[in-house]
Design a protein around this ligand. Structure first.
Ligand code: DOR
Length: 445
């Protein structure tokens, strides 16, 4: 049985407020949440004075590469990086090998995660041009959503047959999560840049190839389809000011169309390609500083509902290739929260807003059972952060298998002190605890 844990004197960020308090965790759940629990006995006591306790992050978009692409990462390695970054639950994407586009592949991933995941887990079921019947059979209680690549990216999972899209948007039994970039627009741009530069297109042109027009065209199609067919649509990783016009401000709960933004799109901009090149090449591309400013504003006003990572590790060797060969995607889970806390230090986001977008809203939007808040009776998924302890990002301390980070060379102003997953210490004192295991997320739909 898990040891009981008592967290004392924490500054607790939860449900729109900040208060001082103590938390007692027993049998995986938050047993007591009170102002003074000093008399409580417990197996482990954590003095959290001066530190800030948030609900653990629920990352609704990661690529952990298992099965089949495990030279880049696997469920064990990437979930270690996740808990080192305060992420206590993840939802993983289907572009593995084989793809998660049939029920056997989905069960295989659930089985693997039960053995090795350090965080709580769920998996998307991937749509293809030919698997609508399998999509319809997905269990809404166990599967976070249906992933539709409406733009081609890593893995060959483009869904571009208009009839299939209609069928998916009309009949998916759970939320449809889309990657929106118009592939014909991108292919035409690739031809233009290849004829100008050959293979070695400078990486700063990535946002010209994976252009804002490509994003808007595809996101608009998804929104039009969803409005017409009554789909519960979740637009993933939006990157442009233009797409924000498709969205409604306010909390996600009654909205049929919600949207996600990712930490790197809130952090980097076009000027960063000069120094970081392929290491910030991702799809959709990091775009202009003005887009980043608009995304930050849309998090505040609620047009963007969720902040996630799209953690997508590739090896350093793969990333050293020329433009067309270097794969898109960044390892992000370990530094996502410290990077978001930069926005807190800069006065862009309050701590309750960060908790809302990274945990509360995700739990409500996906109807996750008993997680996403610091509440008595809920699973104890928590992250304790030190807002005053700077974190120098170096290659020596990377938990992802790929061994590098797009934040390398930067000093972020906050660090992760302790992460608790389903009532177990998952990360503390700079160490991932080898025995911590996450649980399958369940959805009350
Ligand atoms: O940059 C990206 N990388 N975007 C995606 O959509 C896929 C991901 C990956 O799997 O590498």
């Amino acid at each position: 049985m898990n040891p009981s844990i008592l967290i004392l004197n924490a500054r607790i960020v939860n449900d729109g407020a900040i208060s001082e308090g103590d938390v007692f965790i027993r049998q995986g759940r938050i047993d007591k949440l009170e102002t003074d629990l000093t008399a409580q006995t417990a197996d482990i006591r954590i003095d959290a004075a001066g530190k800030t306790l948030l609900p653990g992050l629920i990352d609704d978009q990661v690529h952990f590469r298992e099965p089949g692409l495990t030279h880049k990462g696997d469920i064990a390695s990437e979930s270690q990086a996740a808990v080192a970054g305060g992420i206590t639950s993840f939802m993983e994407m289907p572009n593995t090998s084989p793809t998660t586009t049939d029920h056997a592949a989905l069960e295989d991933k659930l089985h693997r995660a039960a053995q090795t995941a350090h965080a709580n887990y769920a998996f998307y079921f991937g749509a293809t041009n030919t698997n609508l019947e399998a999509v319809k059979a997905v269990d809404p209680g166990r599967t976070c959503g249906i992933k539709v690549f409406m733009g081609a990216s890593t893995g060959n999972m483009l869904v571009d047959d208009p009839e299939v899209l209609e069928g998916l948007f009309a009949e998916a039994p759970v939320l449809v999560a889309t990657h929106c970039e118009d592939t014909p627009t991108i292919v035409a741009n690739e031809d233009i840049f290849r004829s100008r530069f050959g293979e070695a297109v400078p990486f700063e042109h990535h946002p010209d190839i994976r252009s804002r027009e490509a994003c808007l065209k595809s996101s608009r199609l998804a929104v039009d389809l969803a409005r017409r067919l009554g789909t519960r649509l979740h637009l993933l990783h939006l990157t442009t000011a233009d797409e924000l016009a498709l969205l409604t401000a306010g909390p996600p709960d009654p909205k049929p169309i919600t949207a996600e933004v990712c930490v790197h799109h809130l952090f980097f901009a076009r000027s960063d390609y000069a120094a970081r090149g392929a290491r910030i090449k991702c799809n959709p591309a990091i775009k202009e500083a003005s887009d980043r400013a608009a995304l930050i504003q849309a998090v505040v006003d609620g047009r963007l509902d969720v902040i996630a990572t799209d953690h997508a590790p590739h090896t350093a060797d793969e990333k050293s290739l020329t433009y067309f060969k270097a794969p898109a995607g960044l390892p992000l889970v370990q530094h996502a929260l410290p990077s978001l806390l930069e926005h807190y230090h800069d006065g862009h986001f309050s701590l309750p807003l960060i908790a809302e977008k990274t945990s509360h809203a995700v739990a409500r939007l996906f109807a996750i059972e008993d997680r996403g808040y610091i509440r008595e009776g809920y699973w104890a998924d928590l992250v304790l952060v030190d807002l005053e302890k700077p974190l120098e990002v170096t290659r020596q301390r990377i938990w992802s298998k790929c061994g590098w980070s797009p934040f390398e060379g930067l000093t972020l102003r906050s660090s992760i002190d302790t992460t608790i997953v389903s009532g177990q210490i998952a990360y503390r004192d700079g160490r991932v605890k080898p025995n911590c295991r996450g649980q399958a997320l369940t959805f009350k739909r």
